[in-house]
Write a protein that binds this ligand. Sequence first.
Ligand code: DQA
Length: 140
Amino acid sequence: KQILIINGPNLNLLGKREPDIYGNRSFVDYLKTVEALFPDVQLRYFQSNHEGELIDKIHELGFDADGIVINAGAYTHTSIAIADALAAVTAPAVEVHISNVHARETFRHHSYLSAKCKGVVVGLGLMGYELAIRSLSEER
Ligand code: DQA
């Protein structure tokens, strides 16, 4: 199985960015744990602060991958284009948010991506990525 993990804007700063909300672990460090948890899954990781680059990566791998785990950061709440890209490709996607977006500002309550995803994991910290990978790698 090949699973693509996509992180959007500002998630390169995990560990440094608002640690009271997002924790103090970097994603690259967390990724090592995840790789050890899923030795049979080929994980591809991509992070970008640019909307079009996120879309390009979804196009590039979204027809071959068995699943996409996506945390589009603030683009979650603004990007019809990323939602369209997820709808265009064949790989099922799971949306992840580290924080509980529903307990935060109202502009974080709506996601353009959720309707194009198999499921959504919200507010469980980095563990959300593990749960998303598990759900995608056990399907089909
Ligand atoms: C986030 C929640 C978004 O509202 C925010 O813009 C982020 C991170 C999360 O993982 O909790 O950048 O997607």
